[in-house]
Design a protein around this ligand. Sequence first.
Ligand code: IPE
Ligand code: IPE
Ligand code: MG
Length: 248
Amino acid sequence: MAKTAPPPDKASLPNHVAIVMDGNGRWASKRMMPRAAGHVAGVSTVRTIVRAANDIGLPNLTLYAFSSENWKRPITEVSHLMGLFRAYVREDVSQLLENNVRVRFIGNRSRASEDIVALMKESEQRTAACTGLNLTLAFDYGSQEEIAAAARDMAREAAKGELDPEKITTDFFASRLSTAGTPDPDLVIRTSGEYRLSNFLLWQSAYSEFVFVDKAWPDFTREDFFEALDTFAQRERRFGAVTPEAVA
Ligand code: IPE
Ligand code: IPE
Ligand code: MG
């Protein structure tokens, strides 16, 4: 029987969980289905995990939906992913609103089609006053570009004499990233047995705990999510310091 984990207790919950939802394509291929079917199944898992996160009172959840490198995929797959993303944002916003979920998007908004950009803006506005789960969808997101863009903007302002370079501390730098206002992820989960970040939240995950799960994203369940939270709860985080009991 599959191991199941009960809902985690609130005191041990991380403040922010970020997930690299990986393995849709391989999940489908294994079943002799087209990769597109894996992405469709992946959207169901998104719904399951967003609901679970909201149910347990997790404050922040970030999902990696489409990377800036995913444009390299065949046009048919990219178009299908764009269509699924469009449908998700359009169809789920009312339910997110009903469940008090606030949705935000990070990533480049200049390459997606205008209607998708408009839908993103609209759902951010409609859910802006929600006080439950803070859901961030990383769409056409790439961390290196995010960091380079912030550096470029600051350099421009400094060149014009509008920004004193001495002001650029780590906190200031973080305030210029697309994630400003959201705490750094305490836990990063990646499914499908791959052990890499793939350009996701490079700056923000400096002290994140990592949990890698072998299951592909479409197979990832509410219980698997709780199990990852449980694993997190058992980790000892030191942030470069020493634990009090280790001090001689
Ligand atoms: C994750 O699944 C979804 C996106 C990257 C959009 P993949 O499509 O990467 O699936 P695999 O890794 O090829 O199995
Ligand atoms: C990372 O997965 C991007 C998303 C989950 C959206 P990829 O499947 O694109 O990453 P790589 O290519 O295996 O590193
Ligand atoms: Mg992948």
